[in-house]
Design a protein around this ligand. Structure first.
Ligand SMILES: [Zn+2]
Ligand SMILES: [Zn+2]
Length: 127
């Protein structure tokens, strides 16, 4: 058994690159943190079109400034724990560390955007 202290020490330096190769959640073989894969999809606020996403300094942003369908530059980010294969070209995925306490409550977890400026819709994906 690894101690919690051990997890906290190592989770910030590990990129978890060998983790979750064939599953959506599990332990990282390099640092022992419990990880869950999340997907982010950027959508146009006006017409709901899926827009190609990129990660920029840890934020999920649309690749293009304006929606190619309606010309709006407003968008929102959906966080999902599962996506269908047609969404894969649009989605960005992250491996996020779940603490032992969170493993039980992860389905009720609400994700709050760091900047608090963008509207964020949280979906569990299991509904
Ligand atoms: Zn790791
Ligand atoms: Zn649009």
């Amino acid at each position: 058994m690894r101690s919690l202290f051990d997890l906290f020490l190592k989770k910030s330096t590990c990129a978890h690159s060998h983790a979750l190769i064939s599953s959506n959640e599990g332990y990282c073989p390099d640092c022992g943190a419990y990880l869950k894969k999340y997907f982010y999809i950027v959508r146009c606020s006006r017409c709901d079109l899926k827009r190609e996403a990129k990660i920029y300094f840890g934020d999920v942003l649309p690749k293009e400034k304006f929606c190619t369908n309606c010309g709006s530059k407003d968008y929102y980010v959906e966080k999902l724990d599962a996506i269908s294969f047609i969404d894969i070209p649009y989605a960005i995925h992250t491996k996020e560390v779940i603490t032992p306490e969170q493993i039980d409550i992860v389905s009720a977890q609400i994700w709050v955007d760091k900047n608090g400026t963008k509207p964020v819709k949280y979906l569990t994906g299991s509904a």
